[in-house]
Design a protein around this ligand. Structure first.
Ligand code: UGA
Length: 441
């Protein structure tokens, strides 16, 4: 099948490469000439395990190409995916200008029936707005060409995006036209084997499903973070509590890890956007407000613990930061807890020596050449001569450090762990003070 994808960002590239991998002819369109040039010369603008090889293989097979020519894109595919960004507006609601710009271009260039597929995470009602925009542009040309707008939200996790696309646990298709639903079913057939994972529903429910999933996961995390703070206050250990409650299948072990807050391009933005959507309809979503507020507070927690330990005297101290990315296996630092922490440390006059297996370039891009940020090549280089270690991202390579060597290098023998990677007694037995989340020191 012929497929066009607008937006060669994270979602667009993964979707394009995976659809090409199963034999479709995919054309990716982006307005950023530099990005398209990079992709056409074999480069990939983002880090995602396996993506570069997948793109290379499908480019070589002639099934995947990249262009800035939107009209060529509209001529190419029966399916026109919209996978452009929806950054938060100043008030936290989703900014639809990129999505509607694609709708404009489609309306101006449409010559025959097309299925427009919203893949971006967009507020409920966006598909209707996209359809209205296309219709407006068509009528300005005096045309009445048929098209459908489908909601088909993505559920990719950064770091596992290709696996998530190739073996989805569900494929949500929202359409009010049964014939279009069947065409989407055919498109997704290669990813929908063994048992039927495709859930057909109306457009608005599909749009809300995406927000509901992320909001539920974010709620689990904020709930556990709240409980971690309670555990600490009452003299309990949240890690034991976590294991104790996760065994109940109704609760489950996933997404109940307490920590220094959730980040990334999805949870913070989507929880806020859903809350703003509800409010715009006159409903106060109090639970969602609390999920956001608890997460915000949790992002301050490492700094509070550090400031308390050093009696507020951080000026001139150096902190070894292990991890910058918002989670392992990505270089993404959007809304990462590391950023809040570093900014607070800098404001208090401290220096940061950070190691992250892949996010150093991103940190350089975000913070430039600051004299109070040093990016080093490995975890021990961060520790040498530092006052304390702070663990922010749970990269696997941080799980079994030589704690005795760490202690020997530190000026103050203390580890602040925002991800509860170690058993407290094991750390304490090396003579290090261990301050983690929701446990007793
Ligand atoms: C999230 C969802 O998990 C995907 O299903 C969804 O498709 C995606 O958003 C999206 O909307 O595009 P992602 O943002 O890549 O995926 O990352 P997650 O693995 O969900 O982690 C999010 C944050 O929660 C991270 O900062 C992580 O450290 C934190 N987290 C996760 C916890 O603090 N505790 C947990 O138990 C789990």
């Amino acid at each position: 099948m012929e497929i066009t994808i607008f937006g060669s960002g994270y979602v667009g590239l993964v979707t394009g490469a995976c659809l090409a991998e199963v034999g479709n002819d995919v054309l990716c369109v982006d307005i950023d000439q530099r990005k398209i040039d990079l992709l056409n010369s074999g480069g990939v603008p983002i880090f995602e395990p396996g993506l570069e090889a997948l793109i290379a293989r499908n480019r070589e097979a002639g099934r995947l190409s990249f262009t800035t020519d939107a009209a060529a894109g509209i001529a190419h595919g029966l399916f026109q995916f919209i996978a452009v960004g929806t950054p938060p507006d100043e008030d936290g609601s989703a900014d639809l200008s990129h999505v509607l710009a694609v709708a404009d271009i489609i309306g101006r260039n449409l010559t025959e029936y097309r299925i427009v597929v919203d893949k971006s995470t967009v507020p409920v009602g966006t598909a209707d707005q996209v359809a209205a925009r296309i219709r407006e542009r068509l009528s300005a040309r005096g045309e009445t060409i048929e098209f459908d707008v489908v909601s088909n939200p993505e559920f990719l996790k950064e770091g596992a995006a290709i696996e998530d696309f190739m073996r989805p646990d569900r494929i949500i298709v929202g359409t009010d036209n049964p014939r279009t639903g069947e065409l989407l079913r055919a498109l997704y057939a290669p990813f929908n084997r063994n048992r039927d994972r495709l859930v057909l529903m109306d457009v608005r429910s599909a749009e809300l499903t995406k927000y509901a999933a992320n909001a539920m996961l974010a709620t689990k995390i904020s709930f556990m973070n709240e409980l971690a703070n309670v555990a600490e206050a009452v003299g309990a250990d949240i890690e034991r509590v976590r294991i104790g409650i996760g065994s109940d299948p109704r609760i489950g072990y996933q997404f109940i890890y307490p920590g220094c807050g959730y980040g990334g391009s999805c949870f913070p933005k989507d929880v806020r956007a859903l809350e703003r959507t509800a409010r715009s309809k006159g409903y106060q979503a109090e639970l969602l407000q609390a999920v956001e507020a608890v997460n915000d507070r949790q992002k301050d927690l490492l700094f509070s613990k550090i400031a308390e330990y050093f009696n507020g005297n951080l000026d001139g101290k150096t902190f070894a930061l292990w991890g910058l990315a918002f989670k392992p296996n990505t270089d993404d630092m959007r809304e990462a807890s590391s950023r809040r922490l570093m900014e607070q440390l800098w404001a208090a006059g401290a220096r940061v020596r950070a190691f992250d297996p892949v996010a150093a370039e991103e940190a350089k891009r975000l913070y430039g050449e600051r004299t109070d940020l040093e990016l080093v090549e490995n975890r021990m280089a961060a520790v040498t001569g530092a006052d304390a270690v702070v663990i922010v991202t749970e990269w696997n390579e941080f799980r079994s450090p030589d704690l005795t060597a760490v202690k020997a290098q530190l000026r103050s023998p203390v580890i602040f762990d925002g991800r509860n990677l170690f058993n407290p007694s094991q750390v304490n037995s090396t003579g290090l003070t261990y301050i983690s989340i929701g446990r007793q020191p």
